[in-house]
Design a protein around this ligand. Structure first.
Ligand code: NAD
Ligand code: IPM
Ligand code: MN
Length: 366
């Protein structure tokens, strides 16, 4: 019997609501397979700050490092609430980025998936979606502008200024490209390299390293696309993409746009991988506008569980069944408020009932 320790960082806003559904699903997987999951909850984010003065407390770091994987809900507050926390302790700067650096989770995998049967969720026309959207965004997660040196001050003439640095070294670029090429090898063997080498020197170096790495993957066809036009093609022709690789900030922005073409950020789970441990989180934020209303879509959090089963525990079949169960909920005619208006032919479920449906179907799949 295998036993896995999982740290549970429920987070802020809709975090606890969607985490509850993810844990329900995890418990079913546990009851149907030969593993036990030992869950340890830990404070993280704005809630942790208000409790202890730290948004990423030492105790949480210890729990993370003694776990086999980490499941994390979104953190953050609305604009006004955020102002009650000192800038460096605000959960994005004080918790998420330090967590990524602490664990060195350099590879962020964001699947963008909408089968043809669910095309009505997308704001795009059916003829654009064709046979369905199925993209994997591979985002570099511990470098670039987010982690470069930051300086705020006054110029000699007394004007306020800010300086943020975009830095990458060749090892950082190489390691994320290797992840992307390996994913491309398992899929259609086409890799879209998203860059801005017409302006940024960082992209020039990125592309140079890509040429070198690509020698190890002669079967993979590399296609270069500037990031600005990539944004347009995501709307006009998303099925031209299979695996897309890009630096940190490009990936942040394009992956939210990808959520938009699916119809909701609630359909965006993710995996954040290092060479040893990994953590799993939705790509979206804490959705303060709907927090506490039992109307968040838990798909992104449950999908993050499915990714954890596959990537951290090698439970590929169990993972597939979780995906299948979620898709079946929609195919049976149920949906969540973010995806459908009541005018459509779907029965709209609150957060907890969507989780219940997934559980019910998952049990029947075994
Ligand atoms: P957001 O992603 O929280 O919300 C954007 C829109 O998407 C909102 O209308 C929201 O209701 C909707 N949405 C998001 N997830 C949903 C879900 N599961 N079901 C239904 N609807 C959903 O973005 P924001 O409002 O710009 O940011 C809110 C806070 O979240 C900020 O503090 C931000 O920094 C933080 N944030 C955290 C993470 C993270 O923890 N990884 C990621 C992104 C943003
Ligand atoms: C994400 C989020 C984070 C990011 C923020 C909240 C630090 O937007 O995971 O996409 O920009 O990486
Ligand atoms: Mn983001």
């Amino acid at each position: 019997m295998k036993n896995y320790n999982i740290a549970i960082l429920s987070g802020d806003g809709i975090g606890p609501e969607i985490m509850k559904e993810a844990i329900k699903v995890l418990k079913v997987v546990e009851s149907l397979s030969k593993v036990t999951f030992n869950l340890t909850e830990a404070d993280f984010g704005a809630n942790a700050y208000f409790k202890s003065g730290h948004s990423f407390p030492e105790e949480t770091k210890k729990i993370c490092t003694s776990s086999d994987a980490i499941l994390k809900g979104p953190v953050g507050l609305g604009y006004e609430e955020t102002q009650k926390i000192p800038v460096d302790q605000q959960p994005e700067r004080g918790a998420i980025l330090p967590l990524r650096k602490f664990l060195n989770t350099y590879a962020n995998i964001r699947p963008v998936y909408l089968p043809k049967a669910l095309k009505s969720f997308s704001p795009l026309k059916a003829e654009i979606i064709k046979e369905g959207i199925d993209i994997v965004i591979v985002r570099e997660l511990v470098g670039g502008l987010y982690f470069g040196n930051k300086e705020v001050g006054l110029t000699k003439s007394g004007k306020r200024y800010v300086k943020e640095t975009l830095e990458y070294d060749e090892d950082q670029i190489k390691q994320i490209l290797l992840v992307a090429f390996n994913i491309a090898m398992k899929r259609k063997k086409v890799l879209h390299n998203i860059h801005k080498s017409n302006v940024l020197k960082s992209s020039v170096l990125w592309n140079e390293i890509l040429e070198e790495v690509s020698i190890q993957f002669p079967e993979v066809e590399v296609k270069h696309q500037l990031v600005d036009s990539a944004a347009t093609f995501l709307c006009l022709n998303p099925t031209m993409f299979d695996v897309m690789v890009m630096e940190n900030m490009f990936g942040d922005i394009l992956s939210d746009q990808a959520g938009g073409i699916l119809g909701s950020l609630g359909l965006m789970p993710s995996a954040c991988l290092s060479d040893d441990i990994a953590y799993y989180e939705p790509s979206h934020g804490s959705a303060p506008d709907i927090a506490g209303k039992n109307m968040a879509n838990p798909y992104s959090m449950i999908g993050s569980v499915a990714m954890m089963l596959e990537y951290s525990f090698g439970m590929v079949e169990e993972s597939k069944k979780v995906w299948q169960a979620m898709e079946t909920v929609f195919i049976q005619g149920y949906s969540t408020p973010d995806l459908s208006s009541s005018a459509e032919d779907f029965i709209i479920l609150p957060t907890n009932e969507f989780g219940d449906k997934v559980v019910e179907i998952l049990k029947n799949l075994h």
